[in-house]
Design a protein around this ligand. Structure first.
Ligand SMILES: [Zn+2]
Length: 84
């Protein structure tokens, strides 16, 4: 996955720390400006440390605020309490 894909889909880079278990979303635009939008996220991982504890033992994932909102939008239909 490239930084461009994150930007196109309004995703954030998610730094998942293996040491302190913090999950910190980072703005991919920041890295796209520095390294270029065609840089693979896998290539960034070695240069990123946990913003919370500074550990280099992290995994990079994708965080999708938009998708989470879509899930929330489906909830009201389930909570109406009306059953046939
Ligand atoms: Zn950490």
């Amino acid at each position: 996955m490239k930084l461009r894909d994150y930007l196109d889909h309004d995703r954030l880079l998610l730094v998942a720390c293996q040491d302190c278990n913090a999950k910190t979303p980072l703005d991919p635009a920041h890295f796209a400006l520095r390294f270029g939008a065609n840089t693979s996220v896998e290539d960034l991982a070695p240069g990123i440390v946990c913003p919370v504890c500074g550990s280099a033992d992290i995994k990079l994932g994708a965080h999708s605020p938009m998708e989470r909102q879509a899930e929330r939008n489906t909830t009201p239909a389930d909570t109406t309490g009306v059953s046939p």
